[in-house]
Design a protein around this ligand. Structure first.
Ligand code: UTP
Length: 296
């Protein structure tokens, strides 16, 4: 197998509990929470498609049929929009069906990101693939996955996306030790999941995009539970590093972490400000917060 074969599949793990967003995520999967005008997951799938990847494998918990249905035909809704003369809404709904080829695999229990990736093994097959964590929403041009695929084309192994984070935040991420080998490109020498601040080998955090080679599945089969009692993808990659080089590229763009309350709010403001029809409302709302209170 040539490691730089075309990447046609993106695996989207979406089977976590989403505890940081409870109670919003009690009945609604986190990736379906609405960010301005579309669910979180749509941003990720659109990014993959813009990067040239049209095959999407969702990893969900077995009870979740809602997430995939966002990308399935909705004949009754479409007929109703047609009858009511709403061509723009009809086009927006239909576009979701043609956007990508979406299939679903199940993760029976949320045993960790590494385990979620392993659940996609049969669906991915023996070819390189991307992993996209839907709550890391990335606004970048070219799209983040495209930036990574361009690096992957010249590498003999996986490519991770990294971003420098404040030193006191390293314990929330997988952190790499690395040597720069080019403009924004690093050769990874070690990886550690959620290190203590004092032990972190750098401030380069792995953010929610990976381009992986299929040999990661064998290493994940033997990866033991790590940080938080979960089977960690970072630990699987650490094993893989013994047999294959791993590179990282620095994100050129803006990452918004919609998986926690503050980040979700910032992401909402970021994407609302980009829509001319909403930008004025957003400015009014923010201005009203800074005006001195009057009367009352
Ligand atoms: P997170 O670290 O955000 O975990 O997972 P989480 O469970 O979704 O949320 P919190 O921490 O409880 O608030 C990153 C991505 O990996 C998926 C999640 O659905 C999310 O898209 N994931 C995580 C799985 O698919 N399975 C798992 O076992 C863990």
């Amino acid at each position: 197998m040539s490691t730089n074969a075309t990447v046609r599949t993106v695996l989207v793990p979406a089977a976590g509990l989403g505890t940081r967003m409870l109670p919003a995520t009690k009945a609604i999967p986190k990736e379906l929470l609405t960010l301005v005008d579309r669910p979180i997951i749509q941003y990720g799938v659109e990014e993959a498609v813009q990067a040239g990847i049209r095959r999407v494998v969702l990893v969900t918990n077995p009870g979740n049929t809602l997430t995939a249905s966002h990308f399935s035909p909705a004949p009754e809704l479409e007929a109703e929009l047609l009858a009511r003369g709403k061509p723009e809404l009809l086009a927006a709904v239909r576009a979701l069906t043609g956007l990508a080829a979406v299939t679903t695999v199940h993760q029976p229990e949320p045993l960790g990101l590494g385990h979620a990736v392993l659940c996609g093994r049969d669906a991915v097959g023996d070819a390189p693939f991307a992993v996209l964590l839907p709550d890391d929403i990335i606004d970048a041009e070219p799209p983040a996955l495209r930036q990574m695929l361009d690096v992957f084309a010249g590498c003999d192994g996986p490519v991770l996306l990294v971003e420098r984070v404040p030193r006191d935040a390293v314990d929330r991420y997988g952190i790499i030790a690395a040597e720069p080998v080019g403009d924004g490109v690093f050769r990874v020498t070690d990886l550690v999941e959620k290190p203590a601040v004092a032990d972190a080998p750098s401030d380069l955090a792995i953010i929610g995009r990976y381009v992986l080679t299929p040999d990661i599945f064998d290493t994940l089969e033997s990866t033991e539970r790590g940080a938080g009692g979960e089977i960690q993808l970072t630990d699987g990659l650490r094993q893989l590093l013994r047999i294959r080089p791993i590179h990282a590229c620095a994100l050129n763009g803006t990452r918004l972490d919609a998986g926690n309350r503050g980040g979700f709010l910032k992401a909402t403001v970021h994407f609302a400000a980009k829509q001319p029809a909403l930008a004025a409302d957003l400015r009014d709302a923010l201005d009203s917060l800074t005006q001195p209170a009057t009367g009352g």
